[in-house]
Design a protein around this ligand. Sequence first.
Ligand code: ZN
Length: 461
Amino acid sequence: MTLLLIHNGWVLPCDADMRQALRPGYVLVRGERIEAVGAGSPPAGLLAEADQVIDAVGQAVIPGLVNAHTHLFQCFLRGLADDRPLLQWLAEATWPGGLAMTEQDFYLAALLGFVENLKCGATSVLDQDYVQTSPHNMDAVAEAAQRSGARALLARGVGDREPYFARFVEPAETIIAETGRLIRRWNTGPTSRVRVEFGPMIPWGCRVETLAEIGRRATEWDVGVHIHVGETRDEVQMSLDEFGLPPVRWLDEIGVLDERWQLVHCVWLTPEEMDIVAGRGSLIVHCPVSNMYLASGIAPVGEWRRRGIPVALATDGPGSNNSQDMLEVLKTTACLQKVGQLDAQALLPADVLEMVFHGGARAMCLDGQIGRLAPGALADIVLVNLARPHIAPVHSAASALVYNANGNDVDTVIVGGEVLVREGKLTQIDEARLVADCQAAAEGIIARAGIRIAAAVETAG
Ligand SMILES: [Zn+2]
């Protein structure tokens, strides 16, 4: 097995104390897993024995970031419907654009998205594709993940009733059968690089019996369930009007919530609903840039954490962000809570790192396997260049990562021991060619969908 040694860096193991930094430190990788992490110089002999040595001087060596919620097909639609609230943004660009995409478009958009995530330091991506216009759209996304080398968990986004977008509605039998087929094809082992799980889009988009069946099958097949909940006040009102209950109370009433459920957004939960989430052991995925972009609100992250709810972080889709830069998400997570609470200590760098790494590992159903640099963990490792004018001088690596660094500072990206990005460049994919192919494909989609660019980008008001 290949032996890879990273030394001379500013190593943040993020194992127990998120602020701990080994300076210098080293990480030894054998095959797809980490064999050793240590302070100081590596033991004599290792430098000679290693097949590959990376000198990380001036760089932070951290676990790969986890982007726990996105919709990568929107890479081709970003910027088309800026400055609109959620439901209008969906109807005017995201839904019609998605309908005009071919299987090949899904492949290319996802590949661009996985590449962007990797280059910005996210080694693990939880992608929810919800355009099932061809039975093989999800296979195309999975093939793109495989091509990129990223670690991917793909939630098959579905709905089986209106008011969910009628053109995306599928019968419950198709939802169960197709998700099952994908799981059998892609989930070849507990840590296989690409895996599939359930992804009912929103509580009001699925019938009660379908959500119950998804819950039962998720337990039987040992996979997670990924769902948007309480993103905007309008959506909560829809739940109150139809069911007489806010969304988490309704999900609990029908008996589905458990530790397999990953609840995305949760901006507008009541205190009682937060108690329910904590009691059921479900996880919340927080998307602060998207919540700001769509004017959805400021999520009560501190109240979740005080209740012991695990929290992961994410960009959300490229249509509502518009980037996939998880380092930007770290800063936004901290700053949005500070201004929302009028409390400069509302979230500290260690809190943000705990969410992105440990909450993210939990969201990927890889608790303990990723999100830390420790012997036995999967070798998903990122090097971030701290020796740059907008970062130096560094007094605390954790602070520099959260408040200074951005995706352009990522130097090296390793997934399962494989070096996918080195000195900021992809090692296995022709980036210029990919970008050119994506530009051509996206222009074709916009023409076919009849989206008027001039109208879509004009200034509001
Ligand atoms: Zn989303």
